[in-house]
Design a protein. Structure first.
Length: 136
């Protein structure tokens, strides 16, 4: 079954409410963009999704392999660079692992981080189909 999120925007400028049917969470813009800075902005949510999916996938793999990992952290940022075709976004990930891994295991865990579902979507060819329907 496909994941579905409903995001709504009311009268408070740029404060959105997201609902997946089990959890409600918020997304806002910083003060400098006219928002209230009451929640992460959309790009921060995207990076958080990639980071959490990557770490969970890495932990699942390490657990199956019985590798000792005490903790992991990932710092993510995004930048835009100009190309001959216009521009492209580059996501930078820095992984910090507290665990007893040799060099081969470290290389494997980096490879696994690129296999999480969110990384695969972001790395693939994504089409966004949009339609408008009237409010009830």
């Amino acid at each position: 079954m496909a994941t579905e999120i409903t995001v709504s925007l009311g009268e408070t400028p740029y404060l959105t409410t997201a609902d997946n049917g089990r959890h409600i969470f918020y997304i806002d813009e910083p003060l400098s963009a006219g928002g209230g800075d009451t929640a992460p902005d959309p790009m921060e949510m995207l990076l958080a999704s990639l980071g959490s999916c990557s770490l969970i996938t890495m932990k699942m793999y390490a657990t199956r392999k019985e590798w000792l990992i005490r903790s992991m952290k990932m710092k993510l940022s995004i930048s835009t660079e100009r190309t001959a075709d216009g521009q492209r976004s580059v996501i930078h990930r820095h992984i910090i692992i507290d665990g007893d891994l040799d060099e081969q295991q470290r290389e494997r865990i980096v490879h696994i981080s690129k296999q999480c579902p969110v990384a695969r979507v972001l790395s693939g060819n994504v089409n966004i189909e949009t339609e408008i329907e009237p409010a009830n």
